[in-house]
Design a protein. Structure first.
Length: 386
């Protein structure tokens, strides 16, 4: 037997190559489903099929800042990675029996990077969001399975270091071909994912009954140029918020042209992923109570009562009875999935606007933390609190 045949790398076992391609295909499918969930959650559509409560909630994860990287949903980054691995695995299947180990090293690099990325995501899900996306968890399992297969294949062709070095030499030995192939393949993948993303956002915008999360720049202000809309991001346990809200309500009493919109931004990590550690421990429950009061047409009464209650220790139901709420309806509403979703949307709108503390006011594209400058409100007679 010749020396060249003795040193030739063994062919990739077909069964493992097929399993690798199947796992990459499954990961691609899950990523596309997750991208759709992200688009629908951002558009304010109803809860997805994998939002089962506080602990298992794909929508909450999708609305968190951990679901986006460089302005692109992680699901689409994942789809790009899985599609790349699928193409390489299919190329390896096509060339089965060849002496070369190509592209075992690249597959190991890609699957290793995907597996490594699952670690911070799992930690954020467990300790920051305190909510699990079951589809995300499925992709994490796939990532580690792909890495395990990639590692096994690399060992069979001389070891991980040798496989990676072989593939890198193959790329650098034909730089023009490598660049052209990467450009064509990458453009096709990016173009396909961009078209998919556009289609998702279009379909999300047409969801019947979807409620839009409020943008920092109000949509209705352009239609009513004489009006000014102020979005108030606040927390019912925040003493600064209580004082600022009381002062703002008084200032708006003689300004009928100013429209005030309250948005909940509780500094409570049990519902707000932007808060890294326990702070206001009942703020999420208070925010849900205010949302439920709004369903009964008593939002502003409950809003003022919640701020005034700071330091008194009265229960939510006691305050609700004071402002004339139906207590049975309030109990049903507070922990309902729809109420949780609406609060998640308000928090997500604040994070998108750049809110990091309370109170914060969004006027057009400007953010004001703490208080509003006097020149924003204008002169008395020009506006009013709602």
């Amino acid at each position: 037997m010749s020396s060249s045949k003795r040193n030739a790398a063994p062919p990739w076992p077909d069964a493992r190559a097929i399993v690798f391609a199947a796992l990459a295909l499954a990961g691609l499918a899950l990523s596309l489903v997750l991208a759709r969930i992200h688009a629908l959650a951002s558009a304010g559509a109803g809860p997805s099929f994998c939002s089962l409560g506080e602990t298992v909630n794909c929508d909450r994860v999708a609305l968190s800042p951990y679901s986006v990287f460089l302005g692109i949903p992680l699901a689409l980054w994942g789809a790009f990675g899985y599609a790349s691995m699928l193409i390489m695995a299919l190329l390896r299947l096509r060339n089965r029996g060849a002496a070369s180990s190509w592209p075992t090293g690249l597959l190991l690099l890609l699957s290793g990077a995907a597996a490594l990325a699952t670690v911070p995501l799992a930690l954020a899900s467990a300790f920051v969001l305190r909510s699990l996306c079951i589809l995300c968890a499925a992709t994490w399992v796939i990532d580690w399975a792909l890495f395990g297969l990639g590692w096994r294949q690399a060992r069979e062709v001389g070891g991980p270091a040798q496989a990676i070095a072989h593939d890198l030499r193959a790329i650098t030995s034909r730089p023009v071909r490598a660049v052209v192939t990467a450009a064509v393949t990458g453009s096709a993948l990016i173009g396909g994912l961009a078209a998919y993303s556009t289609a998702l956002m279009k379909s999300a915008s047409n969801v019947p009954g979807a409620t839009r999360a409020p943008p920092p720049a109000p949509q209705d202000a352009a239609a009513r140029p004489a009006q000014l809309t102020i979005f108030e991001f606040s927390d019912y346990e925040c003493p600064h918020c209580a004082r600022a809200h009381r002062d703002l309500r008084a200032a708006l009493a003689n300004r009928p042209g100013i429209h005030l919109e309250h948005r909940n931004f509780p500094l409570d990590p049990s519902c707000n992923p932007a808060v890294p550690r326990p702070f206001h421990r009942t703020a999420c429950a208070l925010a849900r109570a205010a949302i439920c009061a709004g369903d009964q047409g008593r939002f502003w009464e409950m809003n003022d009562a919640l701020y005034a209650n700071q330091g008194t220790g009265r229960s939510i139901e006691d305050l609700a009875a004071t402002v004339g709420l139906d207590l049975a309806a309030l109990r049903r509403c507070q922990d309902a999935p729809e109420t949780v979703r609406r609060l998640d949307q308000e928090i997500a709108s604040g994070m998108r606007a750049g809110v990091t503390a309370t109170p914060t006011y969004a006027v057009g594209r400007a953010l004001y933390q703490g208080t509003l400058p006097a020149d924003v409100l204008g002169n008395p007679g020009e506006g009013s609190a709602r």
